[in-house]
Design a protein around this ligand. Structure first.
Ligand SMILES: CC(C)(COP(=O)(O)OP(=O)(O)OC[C@H]1O[C@@H](n2cnc3c(N)ncnc32)[C@H](O)[C@@H]1OP(=O)(O)O)[C@@H](O)C(=O)NCCC(=O)NCCS
Length: 187
């Protein structure tokens, strides 16, 4: 478990009654993240990494687990049995330090159950505590799931060039109204 203390809930309930356990990512999560990646469909890998991705190599796992609690934040969801469910991370932009690029991944078998709103809400709580005021999401035009999630919160989607869509999401808005129905979490 991470040495970083972050203002995130320990667990959350999904709308179908399932429970997920939440924690901040640390190098201890390498194996769990690698296992989760193995379970991701090719389509979800492509949507997340914006390129075909066959495996996560050592340097990539190092990067994905090098969470410093200021520039790079990441929240993981797993089951009570510590099986991976999903991850949300953000990395502060060097030239816009109050903005961080966000990436969210939910295992295919857990998608469409409201996991992403829970993860993003917890990440927003942590981001707010370290003065990240905005999340920037970049995704492909064919990513209907993320477009639906962001669009339902009334946030405009803009072309970003390079065939991508971009959305800037105020952290305060997420904390105020949530990204749709993030279920109440337990501390
Ligand atoms: C995008 C993603 C994080 C959403 O996670 P999630 O936990 O499934 O999100 P939700 O359960 O809140 O579902 C979001 C909405 O998208 C819809 N949706 C999901 N997959 C969809 C698809 N293939 N086509 C159309 N709508 C879809 C869901 O039905 C839901 O809307 P609804 O509740 O009105 O039905 C998840 O699909 C994912 O990990 N995708 C692969 C990686 C990725 O694209 N990450 C985002 C870019 S970094």
């Amino acid at each position: 478990m991470s040495h970083l203390s972050a203002p995130i809930a320990a667990s959350a309930g999904l709308r179908d009654g399932a429970r997920i356990v939440l924690h901040t990512v640390s190098p201890d999560d390498r194996a769990c993240i690698a296992r989760g990646f193995e379970q991701l469909s090719a389509a979800s890998r492509q949507s997340r990494f914006l390129m075909p991705m066959r495996k996560l190599d050592g340097p990539m796992l190092d990067y994905l687990t090098a969470i410093d609690g200021n520039r790079h934040l990441a929240v993981a969801a797993c089951t009570d049995e510590v099986e991976p469910v999903g991850l949300a991370r953000c990395v502060r932009l060097e030239d816009e330090p109050d903005t961080a690029e966000i990436a969210v991944t939910v295992l295919d078998s857990w998608q469409r159950r409201g996991v992403a709103p829970v993860l993003v809400t917890e990440l927003a709580r942590w981001a707010d505590a370290v003065a990240i005021g905005k999340f920037r999401a970049l995704f492909g035009y064919d990513n209907r799931a993320i477009a639906k999630l962001i669009g339902a919160a009334g946030i405009p989607l803009m072309p970003d060039g390079n065939g991508m869509l971009r959305a800037d999401i105020e952290v305060a808005q997420i904390l105020k109204i949530g990204l749709r129905f993030a279920a109440p979490a337990s501390a």
